[in-house]
Design a protein around this ligand. Structure first.
Ligand code: SIN
Length: 486
């Protein structure tokens, strides 16, 4: 390996059936997006390797599901402990391959691990039901059983947490699991596979496939009849393709897809709190999250003051290599992603928006994009209907509550939304009117392990985290028991 990171957790091949796969002649270059330097090469797995992972997961299923919930919980708890005791090492790997600042990477490791701990606890609470039957001679009993082999495809923006959020409930419920982690950021996935191994997760129960041929690997994971459930986090267009593929074997599928989050600030809001919430919601991970504020709707009475204070706050950000001290904003993941952000900003400027912060010439310094604030944005501009996935805040002025709701809902997306107001009646009215799976009320972060993360409309199907998150990994079986009357 040609790398500046030294860690025993650095692995260079897929983890299938408890073995590291390092025989492929093809390699994937793993590039640090801050420096454009090669971190290392990882063996490129293909569709045949993916089939081997499905074989292993199917073979491991009977033994894993027959373990008691208490045994599964204990193993998951060990995995959690190992991840947390390697938090700094895992964060350094994550920052190197993904670019987010080290403090944020550490936060992601803890966030990802929190799902493991949560579902270790939840494993023991997969309760059934006894329901009174219509006849006195019978009873209705509902039991919940692990659905079977689970396959997942996860993105590069959260190389750790998007895996644990799916793997932990699957493994807790008694399922076996295969993830195709993003080829841009495989090292975090492989590092937690090593810790899964050390925690005693048996061979075949947790498998990681790293490969550049996403369509072929995706076809195996979505079409093999032995895979009972498929879970995806990524873009809406790719999600639609994968969902159609899942239909060929009528697989249960959950999708966590793109967002277009409105961030609504009413005249009566606490402006300091709203700015604080917006900075985290908009600029976390350099704007590369599905729940990032995408359209900032500000009521006209506070528009000028809010804009000014936002500029002052954003001017404090320091952009640079996330492994260095004091950095708030890292690079974007690829040159292509950076160009897309630039194109959206250029288009908005050409349509009449003006820049309050950020260079209007939009120079691209490697993959770094200056945190930008645009004013005079209108809902019809491309920047208001596309997921920006970059550190750009487009400000849109509105007059009435109804106008804000109408603008917010005028999209096919429905993942996260945010509002800042002190009016309790408005909190209820607007929360109920927003067509979104999640509403942050005076909160810029909605993500945590106790909450049912997920979207409606074209933003997805299913929930991750919370007591609801386990439901996607179990199958309901109904037992009709008769012969009770004498
Ligand atoms: C995502 O961007 O897909 C997930 C964001 C989060 O979990 O907060």
């Amino acid at each position: 390996m040609n790398t500046s990171i030294s860690s025993k957790l650095l692995k260079n091949g897929s983890y299938i059936n408890g073995q590291w796969q390092t025989s492929s002649a093809e390699k994937i270059d793993i590039i640090n997006p801050a420096t454009n330097q090669l971190i290392c090469e990882v063996h490129d797995a293909n569709a045949d390797d993916t089939l081997k992972a499905v074989d292993a997961a199917a073979k491991a299923m009977p033994r894993w599901k027959s373990k008691t919930a208490k045994e599964r919980a204990g193993i998951l708890q060990r995995w959690f402990d190992l991840i947390m005791s390697h938090q700094d090492e895992l964060a350094a790997i994550l920052t190197a391959e993904q670019g987010k600042p080290l403090a944020e990477a550490k936060g992601e490791i803890a966030y990802g691990a929190s799902y493991i701990q949560w579902f270790a606890e939840e494993a023991r609470r997969i309760y059934g039901d006894v329901i009174p039957h219509a006849n006195s001679n019978s009873r209705v009993i509902v039991i919940k059983q692990p659905i079977g082999v689970v396959a997942a495809i996860t993105p590069w923006n959260f190389p750790n947490a998007m895996i644990t959020r799916k793997a932990a409930p699957a493994i807790a419920a008694g399922c076996t699991f295969i993830v195709k982690a993003a080829a841009e950021t495989p090292l975090s996935a492989l590092a937690i596979a090593e810790l899964a191994h050390q925690a005693g997760i048996p061979a075949g129960v947790f498998n990681v496939v790293i490969g550049s041929d996403a369509p072929s690997i995706g076809k195996v994971l979505t079409q093999d009849p032995r895979v009972a459930k498929f879970s995806f986090t990524g873009s809406t267009p790719v999600g639609k393709t994968l969902l159609a593929q899942c239909a060929t074997t009528v697989k249960k599928a959950s999708m966590e897809l793109g967002g277009n989050a409105p961030f609504i600030v009413f005249d009566d809001a606490d402006i300091d709190e709203a700015i604080k919430g917006l900075l985290i919601s908009k600029y976390r991970n350099a704007g590369q999250t599905c729940v990032c504020a995408n359209r900032i709707l500000i009521q006209n009475g506070i528009y000028d003051e809010f804009s000014k204070r936002l500029v002052d706050a954003v001017a404090q950000f320091r952009m640079g290599d996330g492994s260095k001290d004091g950095i708030d904003i890292g690079p974007l993941i690829t040159a292509k992603a950076t160009q897309k952000v630039k194109d959206l900003v250029d288009d908005a400027l050409a349509q009449g928006a003006t820049s309050l912060h950020g260079d209007t010439n939009n120079p691209i310094d490697g993959q770094f994009y200056t945190p930008t604030i645009l004013t005079n944005v209108t809902p019809s501009m491309a920047i208001a209907s596309n997921e920006i996935f970059g550190p750009v805040a487009p400000l849109i002025k509105f007059d009435t509550e109804q106008e804000a709701i109408d603008i917010a809902n005028d999209t096919n997306s429905g993942l996260a939304s945010y509002m800042y107001t002190r009016d309790i009646g408005r909190v209820w009215r607007v929360s109920e009117a927003l067509e979104y799976g999640m509403v942050g009320i005076n909160e810029g972060i909605v993500s945590n392990e106790a909450a049912p993360f997920g979207g409606i409309k074209e933003s997805g199907i299913g929930r991750e985290g919370s007591k609801y998150g386990i439901e996607d990994y179990v199958e309901i079986k109904y037992l009709c028991m008769g012969g009770i009357d004498k």
